[in-house]
Design a protein around this ligand. Structure first.
Ligand SMILES: [Zn+2]
Length: 68
C-alpha cells in the first residue's frame, strides 16, 4: 500500500480520520466497551454508539481521548 505521495496532500487539505487534530499522531482505535471502562461514569452518557473513539498516544499532546 503506497501512500507516500498522498500524505503531504492530506495534511494540507483534509484531516485524516483517526489522527489527532492537535499533534497529527495516529490515534489508537478504542472499542466502546473499553471506553466505558476508562472514562468516568458521568461522561458515559455522552458516548454515542455510532461514533468511533480514538486515543492519542503522544506524550506531547494533552488530548487523551478523541471523539469522532
Ligand atoms: Zn495528539
Amino acid at each position: 500500500m503506497s501512500t507516500c505521495c498522498s500524505i503531504n496532500a492530506e495534511k494540507e487539505n483534509t484531516w485524516a480520520p483517526g489522527s489527532c487534530p492537535t499533534c497529527q499522531a495516529k490515534g489508537k482505535k478504542v472499542e466502546l466497551i473499553t471506553l466505558f471502562q476508562l472514562i468516568k461514569r458521568t461522561f458515559q452518557k455522552e458516548i454515542h454508539r455510532r461514533n468511533q473513539y480514538y486515543f492519542c498516544s503522544s506524550k506531547e499532546c494533552e488530548i487523551v481521548l478523541l471523539l469522532f
